[in-house]
Design a protein around this ligand. Structure first.
Ligand SMILES: [Cu+2]
Length: 284
């Protein structure tokens, strides 16, 4: 079973990121120029999570997750804890939640703002962009036993910044994904959680023609063997709370992919994919 909580992204360098627009000063009718969102690099090692800035003004921020671990992918997750709920309580509740304890699931759903994340591998950073308001944010590596974390302080009013150029979007519902538009295999896509529970995205490349029914059947059979339809490429996007949006940068081969979420369901305790949260999309 996949107990990994989060997710991933990809790297194309800064080429596609929002560039600074300069409005002609003479024409008052032109839209106001917006600065590109700043990038914070987050280096994840076995011992520490290091951010290139510990403080930033509110608004859109791009995160670049870099894997510096000895082995295994770094799975960066951003979150904000509600008042009275601690990181220690969260690390106690997460294993219970993934064992199907619905009280623990409700606790981690309701006491944490899950603010996306990205998986990074040695050769490939993970990228995501989101709007952060004033507050204290926690950065963790979901793929790590040790309690390694780091903090980011976001200050002031939201600055209007230029979002990354993206194509297509993945809307998330309970229980399913709705890919819209021409989503590129290499490039930014918007992710929008329009449901009433947190979700994440596990992307698995599959052979051409693979159906949702085939993937569901495999999962329901126990999912222990290697499915005949699976190909090697995969990636994942972090846990995102209801009514939250982010952009995620893909860097995958073109082809067909299964979208799955394994976040535990607050009513049944089952990972969402086992309740049918599986959909298919083709990346151009
Ligand atoms: Cu889910």
């Amino acid at each position: 079973m996949r107990h990994r909580l989060i997710a991933a992204g990809a790297s194309l360098g800064l080429a596609l990121m929002g560039t600074q627009l300069v409005a002609p000063a003479a024409d008052a009718a032109q839209p106001v120029a917006r600065a590109a969102a700043p990038t914070i690099t987050v280096k994840v090692s076995d011992k520490a999570i290091k951010l290139s800035s510990s403080s930033i003004r509110a608004g859109l921020v791009t995160f670049k997750a870099v894997d510096k671990k000895a082995k295994g992918a770094a799975v960066l997750q951003v979150l904000r804890l509600h008042a009275g709920y601690t990181l220690q309580q969260l690390s106690g509740d997460i294993p219970k939640a993934f064992n199907g304890d619905t009280t623990a699931i409700a606790t981690v759903d309701d006491n944490v703002d899950w603010l996306a994340g990205a998986e990074a591998r040695a050769t490939k950073p993970g990228w995501f962009q989101e709007r952060l308001t004033k507050g204290q944010y926690v950065f963790i590596d979901q793929n790590q036993q040790a309690p390694v974390f780091s903090m980011l302080t976001v200050t002031g009013k939201v600055h209007q910044r230029q979002p990354v150029a993206s194509q297509g979007r993945i809307n998330i519902f309970t229980y399913g994904f709705e890919p819209r538009g021409a989503i590129r295999s290499k490039g930014w896509v918007k992710v929008d959680n329009r449901s009433d529970q947190p979700h994440f995205i596990e992307l698995q490349r599959v052979k051409k023609g693979t159906t949702r029914a085939q993937v569901l059947k495999f999962l329901k059979s126990g999912g222990n063997s290697q499915p005949s339809f699976a190909l090697r490429a995969r990636d994942s996007f972090g846990v995102i709370s209801p009514n939250r949006r982010a952009a995620w940068k893909l860097d995958l081969p073109k082809g067909r992919y299964a979208l799955m979420c394994f976040w535990p369901d607050r009513l049944s305790g089952m990972p969402h994919a086992f309740m049918g949260m599986v959909d298919m999309m083709n990346l151009k």
